[in-house]
Design a protein around this ligand. Structure first.
Ligand SMILES: NC(=O)c1ccc[n+]([C@@H]2O[C@H](COP(=O)([O-])OP(=O)(O)OC[C@H]3O[C@@H](n4cnc5c(N)ncnc54)[C@H](O)[C@@H]3O)[C@@H](O)[C@H]2O)c1
Length: 280
């Protein structure tokens, strides 16, 4: 059974849709019979991507900088003018390349503006209109495992994706407590996925990575099952290993262990034993 929001004639809006996971989602929604509105800051790449879909008037390109709330409101207005009710919103645009806690304040600001405010702007521009539309709807925000287990390295990126997780959790609470609301929120957490963001100019997909199409297959199956936390595996990390890593990270707080203990030499052996115990 396809999710009631993902029906022929319905409309999906996807940000960061000129490439990668967003473009794969657009292709899939078109195949399911939806109209798609593709938004991206890279207008040239966006127009080429939409032309490549060969979808005629079922696909529309709206160049948009998601960090600008006025631009996201304009995206909403353009969508409603063209197709009416919005059934699916994917706040998916994202950038990497932040830094550690004590460096690159300019990159911190850029990542927060795009990854976190991009999602907030999407939710605020579309949320009420989708509820008022009175039809089944989905708001899917793209997070990251880096926002859940917060590995060392790009703390700025981790902060933005932790924010997206918290935003989406709160949104779902609000939606499920809104009388008559048929819209639900979901957190899409891709594993290692071969896209422009992670490809580093490589033509060949690394063996460990999933394709963007695999992420969308997994997303659709989980939406149909009503799952909120759509935590995708990849070819190196299965669902059990993800679950063990997530539990370990939460236990740092509950047990007052040092933060990021998974990467702390004093806890290396204990973490490895825990993962074995959890059956990964
Ligand atoms: N690829 C992975 O392994 C992976 C893993 C976890 C999470 N993610 C997340 O998945 C999402 C999609 O990433 P992807 O891997 O498909 O990368 P991608 O680089 O292929 O696609 C991201 C798109 O977002 C667009 N974008 C950047 N800034 C924007 C802005 N201000 N406004 C509108 N569009 C903007 C880019 O132009 C690009 O087309 C991101 O949020 C990313 O953080 C990716």
């Amino acid at each position: 059974m396809t999710h009631p929001a993902l029906q022929p004639g319905h409309t999906a809006v996807i940000t960061g849709a000129a490439d990668g996971i967003g473009l794969a989602a657009a292709r899939r929604y078109l195949a399911l019979g939806l109209n798609v509105v593709l938004a991206d800051i890279d207008a040239e790449k966006l127009l080429a991507a939409v032309a490549g879909l060969n979808a005629g008037d079922r696909a529309m390109a709206v160049p948009t900088d998601v960090s600008n709330p006025r631009a996201v409101e304009a995206l909403r207005d353009a969508t409603i003018a063209q197709y009416g009710v919005v059934h699916v919103l994917m706040n998916n645009a994202g950038i990497g390349g932040g830094g550690s806690a004590i460096e690159r304040p300019d990159r911190w600001r850029a990542l927060i503006e795009v990854n976190l405010f991009g999602g907030i702007n999407g939710v605020q521009a579309f949320g009420q209109a989708m509820i008022d539309g009175g039809q089944p709807g989905l708001i899917i925000n793209t997070g990251s495992k880096q926002g859940i287990t917060t590995p060392p390295g790009d703390t700025a990126y981790n902060v933005t994706k932790a924010g997206v997780k918290v935003l989406t959790e709160g949104l779902q609470h609000t939606l499920r407590n809104t009388p008559g609301c048929q819209v639900s929120a979901h957190l899409l957490v891709p594993g290692y996925t071969f896209t422009g963001m992670t490809g580093g100019g490589r033509a060949e997909k690394p063996a460990a990575a999933w394709t963007a199409d695999q992420v969308i297959d997994y997303l659709i199956a989980n939406l149909e099952a009503g799952v909120f936390y759509v935590i995708c595996p990849d070819n190196d990390v299965d669902e059990a290993l993800d679950a063990a890593r997530i539990r370990w990270a939460a236990e740092d707080v509950a047990a007052r262990r040092p933060p990021l203990s998974r990467w702390h030499p004093d806890y290396k052996a204990a973490f490895e034993a825990y993962v074995r115990e959890q059956g990964s």
